[in-house]
Structures are given as C-alpha cells and as structure tokens.
Design a protein around this ligand. Structure first.
Ligand SMILES: N[C@@H](CCC(=O)N[C@@H](CS)C(=O)NCC(=O)O)C(=O)O
Length: 221
C-alpha cells in the first residue's frame, strides 16, 4: 500500500491549496492511503530554525500576488486576512482532537477554518467564530465540546507537539504543507509545497490530471 501523510496548519494559505488539490485525487488514486495531520507551523519554524516567509517584505508581497493568481488556477476561494498572522493554536488543537477521534469530518472542518480566516476574514482565535464554522459540519453539541473541552486536554496538546516534532525531526519539515510519501519498494520521499502534486503523482506512479481534474468537486461550506 502507498501512503501519503499531509502535515498542515490553517495559518498557511499554501496548506489550503495543498489539501484542496491533493484531496481532489483521493478517489482517483485508490492505491494511495491519504492521511491529514494538523501540526503547528509556528513550532516547525522554531524547531527547524526557519522564518515565516511573510516576515520578509519582498517574500510577503510576492506571496500575496501569487495567491491572488493561483486562486483562479486552483479554483480555491481564498482572500487575504487583514490581520495576519494570527495564532492558530486553538484551531489546530480542535483539528488534532478530531484526528484523534478518527472523525471523517477532519477534512471539512479544516477547510471551514481556512474559509473562516482566509476567505471571510473572521478571527481564527475567536471561540465564537471557530464554533460558528464548526457547528454546520459536526453539529452544535460536538462543536461546543471540541471548542471548550476536547481541544484543551493534555492528550490533545501533547499530540500536536508530538506530530510537529515528528514532521521536523523524522521527516525534515521546515514549512507547510509538508507531504510525506511512502511506496513499497521505494525510499520514502517528503515534498514541500502545494505545487508538488505532479511530482507526488510521479513518485506513486499514478495519473496526474492538473489542479482541477475532470469532474472534481469544489469544496463548499
Ligand atoms: N511553493 C510552495 C510554497 C509554500 C510556502 O511558502 N509555505 C509557507 C507557509 S504558507 C512556508 O512554510 N514557508 C517556509 C519557507 O518558505 O521556508 C507552494 O506552492 O505551496
């Protein structure tokens, strides 16, 4: 079996592109097992002694231009938050709790948080906003529990730290999205960025049909 592990943080617009583009291939590449792993990009930056690209004004300006261009090419309804960056720790802990609960809502909840922050310019640190975007996906009761209780347990906090360290120390991560690919009989390979989907298809020996493969569904809230 081939495996693809996608580490991401909702603070990262390229992680949104990565999750959107790769998940469009989930049913098209049945030989590949997909796993979404929320991690802490702030933690990755610290542990790998890297700097967020937007801290360099030239990189930040170029990133903004490219995101604006890529949103059309990738068909992802992204904007640019006025208040950037904000701390995504609470959001990432909620997603980690969903992952530990083996919830099939992890992908939808992650996309909802990107929409909250990157499309609708709401606050990713606000409990009310997190709840408002989570409730339509998991139901009001589960959303309250995730925001108030599940995301605050020592187990969830520790798991977010564990996977962040794993991404850096085991898989060499220094940014997001970080995509670790394994195929039987082949050396494992990690890829940095949402622009590596074609390379990932080549690694797995599966067909790549562009960022918007025929019949793909745009994710709607
Ligand atoms: N070319 C990559 C860029 C990804 C990227 O810049 N990711 C940011 C977070 S949004 C990052 O972690 N950068 C670290 C670095 O550039 O060293 C893509 O298309 O996805």
């Amino acid at each position: 079996m081939s495996k693809l592990k996608l580490y991401y943080d909702v603070v990262s617009p390229y992680s949104w592109f990565g999750v959107e583009l790769l998940m469009r291939y989930k049913s098209r590449w049945p030989s590949v097992q997909f796993e979404l792993v929320p991690f802490s990009l702030g933690g990755v930056m610290q542990l790998s002694e890297n700097q967020p690209p937007a801290t360099n004004p030239k990189k930040g300006a170029q990133m903004l231009k490219e995101i604006n261009f890529l949103k059309g090419m990738y068909d992802v309804d992204i904007g640019y938050p006025k208040d950037f960056p904000q701390l995504t720790l609470h959001a990432q802990r909620i997603l980690t709790a969903l992952r530990l609960q083996k919830s099939d809502k992890l992908e939808a909840a992650s996309k909802a948080f990107w929409k909250l922050y990157w499309r609708d310019e709401k606050s990713i640190t606000s409990k009310e906003d997190l709840f408002a975007y989570l409730a339509p996906i998991v139901g009001k009761e589960h959303a309250t529990k995730l925001v108030e209780v599940d995301s605050q347990t020592p187990q969830v906090k520790q798991e977010l730290i564990r996977v962040t360290k794993e991404a850096v120390e085991v898989h060499g991560a220094f940014g997001a999205p970080w995509i670790v690919c394994e195929r039987e009989g082949k050396e494992a390979m990690a890829f940095f960025g949402s622009d590596k989907v074609e390379a990932i298809a080549y690694y797995f020996g599966v067909k790549y049909e562009g960022p918007c493969p025929p019949g793909y569904k745009q994710s709607k809230l």
